[in-house]
Design a protein around this ligand. Sequence first.
Ligand code: FAD
Ligand code: DLZ
Length: 513
Amino acid sequence: SRPLILILGDQLSEELELLATAPPNAVVALCEVKAEGDYVPHHPQKIVLILSAMRHFADTLRDKGYQVHYSALDDDDNRQDLLQEAERLADAYRCDEIRVTHPGEWRLLERIQDRGTRWRLYEDSRFYCSVAEFGKWLDGRKRFRMEDFYRQMRKRTGLLMEKNEPAGGQWNFDHDNRQPVERGLEFPPPPRHRPDNITHEVMALVEAHFGEHFGTLTHFNWAVTRRQALSDLRHFIAHALPDFGTYQDAISDEQPWLFHSRLSAAMNIGLLSPREVCEAAATAWHQGTAPINAVEGFVRQILGWREYVRGIYWQRMPDYKRQNHLEALRGLPDFYWTATTDLRCVRRALEMTRDNAYAHHIQRLMITGNFALLCGVSPAALCDWYLAVYVDAFEWVELPNTLGMTLYADGGYLGSKPYCASGKYIDRMSDHCRQCRYAVKQVTGENACPFNSLYWHFLQRHRERLGGNHRMKLIYGSWDRMRQDKRQAILDQADRFLRSVHFEAPYGKGDHA
Ligand code: FAD
Ligand code: DLZ
């Protein structure tokens, strides 16, 4: 018997169990297919990253002695669908079994499971916590919060632990991590990875097939090999990690990367393992080259949030995707595809997204996410957009962050209250407002910052659902103390603004309800 081993575009790791256990006669297949490129209109940089990294990884496997079949997008006999192409290859190579690592998206898992006994699924061993283990942790628990899970993971892995106590004497240093950027602060420029011949070829291919998708290729600088990804990791640990914590929540009008690692894509597609990333950060603390607030803040994102949202995704799918607790029904603002808006903060986040296929966490959560939440954009429309435009976007991590954390569409399963904010928050954490045509301190009037009236409009709209949340009591108290005519003027202001925005038709392309 002979297996075909299918490696998906976000599974480019030699650590995979199915590679480690492959018999010598196995055929390893990597397949470029059109269907994966346009089930949402992925940013061209995301497609280039994946196809170029797949081609480089296939070469690495060949060098290691594996028999590799690579289906290129332009091959005449390519079936242009992952499962059909794998079955065609299995027939051609007379393979009786197709082995594949658990995919990162429900839509593929469901199709594989429907395909019958020829297909065999392997656990994705790249995570700290398996799907089954997370299920056990969740089982029977009344309260499930990321913080509890994270502490258990710290204890289990021993990461940043001294005997049984957290390193630095605290589990959480978030209160040290809320500085805005100051004038004169210098940010380390990321390493430059010059596109090689393979990447140039893929760029031409992507231009030809997916050139109409939102996003530019000009500034493409993502690591497409493990070697480049390791160089990004070393650079981050040496130059950005020490300030990562302090400026973790900051937003800059000018700088897309600040002190962020830019490592999410490399981890998500397999070029780096989360273990080596967390261990490199912990080593920097042990060696005294990065402070605990930075290292703990960074490890929390990976060992905590990244593992936690994956656990939630696989426990709650497929129902999770249909949730819409706030009954938000609007389509996407059309300028999310063009970056033509005079709201400075939104425009800059969209421009950075267009140019880099990247925006950092606070831009995703508190600018484009918050704006969509306040406007009542549907989870379906927003999730499809986030899945398309970010280089690191795969549904296991994108959906809980967008539907749960950002839109509160799961009714508080992931976060205990919505991350809604007015212009005041954006002004505190960024330097956008002083360059904006709107006045951040005004709530009503022609020049008032739209975030302000939208914020109150949102709270008023959802009073029934959110008014009882003890974390929202103070803010509803402030609203209630305002004079009735002032409240009405604010609501009218928001209504006028909402009428001025062109929202697309209500639902995105995904399989949301
Ligand atoms: P850093 O700021 O350097 O953080 C370090 C690492 O921590 C990241 O590389 C990432 O692996 C992990 N991390 C940080 N925050 C989160 C989080 N909330 N959930 C899971 N992992 C986290 N991340 C993705 O990897 N893919 C997505 O599709 C994605 N979609 C998002 C959508 C929304 C609406 C929001 C609010 C967040 C989303 N995130 C997503 C989380 C986070 O924004 C990105 O991981 C981060 O911006 C990637 O940049 P970085 O590598 O420079 O991260
Ligand atoms: C995102 C993506 C793209 C654009 N193209 C391919 C491809 O041609 N072949 C492939 O194997 N994977 C691709 N991917 C990644 C898959 O979409 C990803 O593996 C699934 O969404 C599961 O996470």
